[in-house]
Design a protein around this ligand. Structure first.
Ligand code: ADP
Length: 451
């Protein structure tokens, strides 16, 4: 039996007045693999713990298979949790660790057949007689998975189960978890701050920011139609290029988006979603260009819908199969505050906390003001941290140059300081308004993404 899990306007505050989960509503279908994704501290584990019954729900309602479940004790919820730190009993062998919950659930019943069947399923028969200290990280996590599976729960709740493992093992176990949960068809809620993990595992991904749900949708939808600039910036590698633009839409001329020294001229006749930009005339917007939207090519090679820019090569990141080229196009990058690593200047007090509220652009302006103010700001100059922001205390990322990162093949010979022609495919153009909400593309552009 697998279960439906529904959260209706659920909130939680550990300290009075500060909600770490704020009016969250989410319907998880039986058998679905739902990933809760967001930066560290955004409330993902708290949501999982509320579903498990390990944390009280302050406001709102939880339904399990349609039944009101706020007050149901954890033991009656029939869910199994898998944690980041494996949480195995050190004095028990693998066999006893897997069998322990079965003994508690059904005293007097021999757990051996289920333990053996689970071990066969996971390919860990040879680990059963070892103690946790005699197991590697990956093996311990397999035993922990075994303990969760052997119970035949109606839902798995997984809290960053792969975070303590090295990258290779993580990829391997990720594939195993995906295969296993699909085979078992058990509802799974999986917490991670790693967007690539979320995208590869989830039937749907729910993106949280500061306890507030930003968007929930299939991996393809959150990538192609992010509701806002936060989701756009959090999902995808390399990170989406975000540039500050100004819409110019004269009644008698072509519509353009000015990007500082250069501009994008929107092709005519305007597409439906580009027409939506007309009301932004004279306003600042945030232009988003994923790496697939820009290529290195001369204007003469432009295909329909492509417009030309030029960029000065500032930095080259050789990746083996590809090169990430950092260009300076003369535009100003837009920052998403929660995704930029804090960069307090050495020996100076940390800057005051960003006030809550205000539009994204107001916050950008505030930041730009600070940039002009002096050395503290220099240390906080815009960078492009990894899309995985890591723990809240992440150390400062070095500032990377350029405002536009473009992917290319290693055979194109580029040097620092070269002026290079670029083509931007406007079919892949993202535009966000002053509040960070997506204006383009409109969902009509991508009808096949309907959930
Ligand atoms: P995430 O899983 O997204 O990293 P958490 O749900 O663990 O986030 O935490 C959300 C916020 O709640 C964080 O600011 C964290 O410090 C705070 N928090 C979590 N657990 C407790 C607790 N038991 N008491 C007080 N604050 C907590």
């Amino acid at each position: 039996m697998t279960r439906a899990i529904s959260l209706h306007d659920v909130s939680k505050a550990y300290t009075r007045g500060t909600r770490v989960v704020d009016r969250l509503s989410l319907d998880i279908a039986p058998g679905e693999f739902l990933v809760l994704l967001g930066p560290s501290g955004c409330g993902k584990s708290t949501v999982l713990r509320m579903i498990a019954g390990l944390e009280d729900i302050d406001e709102g309602r939880l339904f399990l298979d349609g039944e009101y479940g706020n007050d149901l004790p954890p033991s009656d919820r029939d869910m199994a949790m898998v944690f980041q730190n494996f949480a195995l009993y050190p004095s028990m062998t693998g066999r006893d660790n897997i069998g322990f919950p079965l003994r508690i659930e059904a005293p007097g019943t021999d757990p051996a057949p289920r333990v053996d069947a689970t071990a066969r399923m996971l390919g860990i028969e040879d680990l059963l007689d070892r103690f946790p200290a005699q197991l590697s990280g990956g093996e311990r996590q397999r035993v922990a998975m075994g303990r969760a599976i052997a119970r035949h729960p109606s839902a798995f709740l997984m809290d960053e189960p792969l975070s303590n493992l090295d990258a290779k093992l993580r990829n391997h176990l990720r594939a195993e978890i995906s295969q296993l949960t699909r085979e078992l068809g058990v509802t799974t809620v999986y917490v991670t701050h790693d967007q690539s993990e979320a995208m590869s595992l989830g039937d749907r991904v729910a993106v949280l920011r500061g306890g507030v749900l930003q968007q929930v949708g299939s991996p393809r939808t959150v990538y192609a139609l992010p509701e806002n600039v936060f989701v756009a910036a959090f999902i995808g590698t390399p990170r989406i290029n975000l540039l500050r633009g100004l819409v110019r839409a004269p009644l008698d001329g072509a519509m353009t988006i000015s990007l500082g020294k250069q501009f994008l001229r929107l092709p005519e006749p305007l597409s439906l979603d580009h027409q939506l930009l007309r009301v932004q005339q004279g306003r600042e917007v945030i232009v988003g260009l994923r790496s697939e939207a820009v290529r290195i090519a001369k204007p003469a090679a432009a295909r329909t819908g492509e417009v030309a820019l030029t960029g000065l090569v500032e930095h080259l990141e050789f990746q083996g199969h590809e090169v990430l080229v950092h260009f300076d196009t003369g535009s100003r990058p837009a920052l998403v505050p929660e995704l930029e690593a804090p960069r307090p200047a050495p020996g100076r007090p940390a800057r005051r906390r960003r006030r809550e509220g205000g539009t994204v652009l107001e916050r950008l302006r505030e930041r730009a003001g600070a940039l002009r103010a002096g050395p503290v700001a220099t240390a906080e100059a815009p960078g492009r941290p990894d899309p995985d922001p890591g723990p809240a205390t992440a150390t400062a990322e070095p500032r990377l140059p350029g405002d536009l990162i473009v992917r290319t093949t290693p055979d194109i010979r580029l040097r620092h300081g070269m002026q290079v022609p670029l083509l931007v495919d406007l079919a892949h153009l993202f535009v966000f308004d002053q509040h960070g909400r997506r204006i383009c593309p409109s969902p009509d552009r991508l009808p096949d993404l309907e959930e």
